[in-house]
Ligand binder design. Structure first.
Ligand SMILES: [Zn+2]
Length: 770
């Protein structure tokens, strides 16, 4: 028997709002961008029915300044609650004179520097450098830091939106037109708050299909148009043939500036995508198949809470691979699934002990955890594997009839896992015994890898391994004439990645490429396309292989190439490798291109200083300023582009010792904040400390004289004894040891995990042992 809640869909534990009391019919959202202050102000109106006659409306907010609130035009007092992990409650009392169930709730607010939904980029960090740039990312629970709302995927409604900005702007709706610098949009399909999106900057668009355009900085427009135009409409049609007609009218893509290392986001009507997708060979556009599939799974049919996130992502990965299968054959679909399976194994292994908490399909967030903590490969790969498994059990032809049925049943709605399972059993009444063979308990609630590994078609991955093996054996036996360009003629870019990764991995075993330079040269002459590749993933591995084998010809090529890419993913390991084989050359190229790597960081630093006026503080309070000057700014301390899992224990040790020195002031500040927190949450301990300190101070002020009170006379030692009699039992009651243990534990966890996960800056490559 499947464990399940009494009522479906389950209540979303990641919202502080009382959304269950209302039906939300529509939302109007008007945004105004102030690039100078780096804030967005908003006016938002919700049309709702008060279905439970609630006396209050409670909305989500996070780091917002709320100016006004009104209900049906009557200005209403409101209260912003204390901040917790999930943000701050905004409670608005419904005036007793309003009896009608229909309410129009209007709020005006403004974002702050802490806003987690917005990224403001200075002009220098864009590709064209023409002006500043803004973009939002509201999933999972960041919409509440852009405007107050019922911030839950369980609430969906149509939106009317606008943004006022000095630069061209897009939002996640159908464009209605521009008047002056006001850009208006309509989203008639009901969407949840996490799909509200805005971007503004030097953006232009070009068509990439009959119902699609690409938006990006003018500089890259032609390249982006070339990248997408061949596949976009094919993807749309393949997806429509699997599910049903695309309902959102237009499907556009916004390519963000190069300095953005994040992935894509399926904002309706306009997917936001990472610029690394633009490879020049159209080999990475698979990402678009994924974001497009979200138009059905996630955007039309939505998880009711982040506990059931796999319904969004598992279904999307499943559809993405089915689209690829339709366009390139079943082997391509399975090749992608095999890579996904390996990713899942790696990511569960990387979780360590926390896999117990975060590697199940259905999460439990009822303790108020931030849903971002639950984010991993698991909902994507474990979820799609479950659907693959069901498809295999039922048979693809029959399962294909279930796909449109499921999306029709739940479109415009939000559901939980149990509703999905009911829908499945309901659609296949004759397959109950087959479906009952699925170990639902393990699939849904147990951590670790899926209980069943589907029988994937391994033909494409086998080709990569076989060819790599052939190179291994023939290099050892000097039979290099056995290779030709035909070997890789039909390889996809992803197959080349797997092939080259396998060759590089040999070097970590007993085989050393530097003893087989002739093999590397032969490979370069028979596989000439690798040197000419425009796909960064392929080219980087090609350079790594050649440089690992000490093929000097490639040292300068790698050095030059490192000057053209901005991603830490390539830059850092690239310099590490070059430094290992030719330190002067590594230093030469690093000095040549250094300014490019630091441009973003520098501009962030200077804007941060201006904003906080640290220079001024320094003049005023020399003590504070010397400490502050040691403090690394938050942009650097929380630079998520530099967060990664250390490859091994040695790297972790290296990072910890570097970061403990470099960020020492920040870590001291964290421990100080934790100490204050420990004291504030242990009132009794704080009271005892204040009592003893006050008592000792008071007694010392007596200067050895007796204290004369109306009821007696006390000398110093009597007073000290009295103080001890009161303080000692209170100290025991305040359990200082457990507070101390908590403080030590939480400090070690916080500081330790930051120091382990934060990569050292690139220049430290040159300080390390060669
Ligand atoms: Zn996705």
């Amino acid at each position: 028997m499947l464990r399940r809640p009494n009522v479906s869909p389950e209540r979303d534990p990641s919202t502080l709002s009382n959304y269950g009391d209302f039906v939300v019919h529509s939302t109007r959202l008007d945004l105004q961008v102030d690039f100078d202050k780096a804030v967005v102000s908003s006016a938002v109106s919700f049309e709702v029915t008060n279905k439970t006659h609630a006396h209050h409306i409670v909305l989500d907010s996070s780091y917002l300044v709320i100016h006004t609130a009104s209900i049906n035009g009557i200005s209403t007092p409101f209260e912003v609650g204390e901040r917790q992990t999930l943000g701050s409650k905004v409670t608005i009392a419904i005036p007793p004179e309003i009896q009608a169930p229909h309410l129009t709730i209007t709020l005006q607010s403004e974002t702050t520097a802490e806003c987690t939904a917005l990224q403001f980029l200075p002009a220098e960090a864009t590709d064209g450098g023409v002006g500043p740039y803004l973009f939002s990312q509201c999933q999972a629970i960041h919409a509440r830091s852009l405007f107050p709302c019922f911030d839950t995927p369980a609430v969906k409604c149509p939106y009317e939106m606008s943004v006022t900005s000095p630069y061209p702007s897009v939002m996640s709706g159908r464009p209605l037109g521009v008047s002056g610098n006001v850009y208006r949009f309509s989203q008639p399909v009901p969407i949840p708050s996490y799909l509200v999106a805005v971007a503004s900057g030097d953006i232009q668009s070009a068509p990439i299909g009959p119902r699609s355009s690409v938006y990006c900085e003018p500089l890259k427009l032609a390249v982006c148009q070339h990248e997408f135009s061949a596949d976009m409409e094919h993807f749309l049609q393949a997806a429509e043939s699997l599910v049903f007609k695309y309902e959102w009218e237009r499907y556009d893509a916004l390519v963000l500036p190069s300095s953005f290392p994040y992935g894509g986001m399926e904002n309706p009507n306009i997917t936001f995508v990472t610029p690394t997708l633009i490879s020049g060979d159209r080999e990475n556009v698979d990402v678009i198949a994924h974001e497009l599939a979200h138009s059905w799974s996630g955007n039309l049919v939505t998880n009711c809470s982040w506990e059931h996130f796999w319904l969004n992502e598992g279904w999307t990965v499943y559809l993405e691979r089915r689209i690829l299968g339709k366009l390139h054959g079943a082997a391509t679909r399975d090749f992608s699934a095999i890579i996904g399976w390996t990713d899942l194994e790696n990511s569960i292994a990387a979780m360590g002990p926390s896999a117990e908490r975060w590697s199940m399909l259905v999460h439990n967030l009822r303790d108020g955890s931030d849903p971002d903590d639950a984010f991993s490969t698991v909902p994507y790969e474990k979820g799609s594997t479950l659907l693959y498994h069901i498809e295999t059990l039922i048979g693809q032809n029959r399962f294909d009839k279930f796909i449109p049925h499921y999306f029709h049943t739940f479109r415009y709605k939000s559901l939980d896992t149990y509703q999905f399972i009911d829908c499945l059993y309901g659609f296949f009444p004759d397959c109950k015994s087959i479906l009952d063979t699925i170990d639902w308990e393990t699939w849904l609630y147990k951590p670790g890898m899926p209980p069943v590994k589907p029988d994937f078609d391994t033909s494409m991955v086998d080709q990569c391994y076989t060819l790599a093996d052939k190179w291994y054996h023939h290099s050892l036996r000097n039979k290099l004439h056995k290779f030709s360009s035909a070997d890789i003629q039909f390889f996809t870019a992803n197959q080349s990645v797997v092939f080259l990764d396998t060759l590089i991995a040999f070097d970590k075993l007993d085989f050393k490429w530097k003893h087989h330079l002739d093999a590397l040269n032969t490979m370069a002459s028979v596989y000439q396309e690798y040197s000419k590749s425009t796909n960064a993933e392929v080219l980087f591995r090609w350079y790594v292989l050649q440089v690992t084998g000490h093929n000097q010809e490639y040292y300068a090529q790698l050095g030059e190439w490192l000057g053209t890419v901005g991603r830490m993913k390539f830059v850092r390991p690239g310099y590490v490798l070059l430094n290992k084989v030719d330190r002067p050359m590594a230093l030469y190229y690093f000095k040549k291109y250094q300014s490019r790597y630091h441009a973003i960081c520098k501009s962030m630093l200077s804007s941060f200083r201006d904003r906080l006026g640290i220079e001024r503080l320094r003049g005023d309070v020399s003590n504070i300023s010397s400490t502050l000057s040691q403090l690394r700014p938050p942009q650097e301390f929380f630079d998520f582009r530099r967060v990664s899992k250390p490859a091994n224990f040695g790297e972790a040790q290296g990072r910890i010792s570097y970061n403990l020195g470099y960020y020492s002031a920040n870590y001291v500040a964290i421990v100080a904040i934790l100490s204050v927190y420990a004291l504030v949450t242990n009132f009794l301990l704080m009271f005892v400390i204040l009592l003893v300190a006050g008592g000792v101070f008071g007694i010392s002020r007596l200067g050895g004289n007796d204290l004369v009170l109306p009821f007696g006379r006390f000398n110093s030692s009597q007073l000290y004894t009295g103080l001890m009699i009161v303080a000692i039992p209170l100290t025991f009651l305040a359990s200082p040891i457990s507070t101390m243990m908590w403080l030590i534990g939480s400090s070690i966890v916080t500081v330790g995990s930051h120091a382990t996960l934060m990569e050292k800056p690139i220049e430290t490559v040159f300080e390390e042992e060669v």
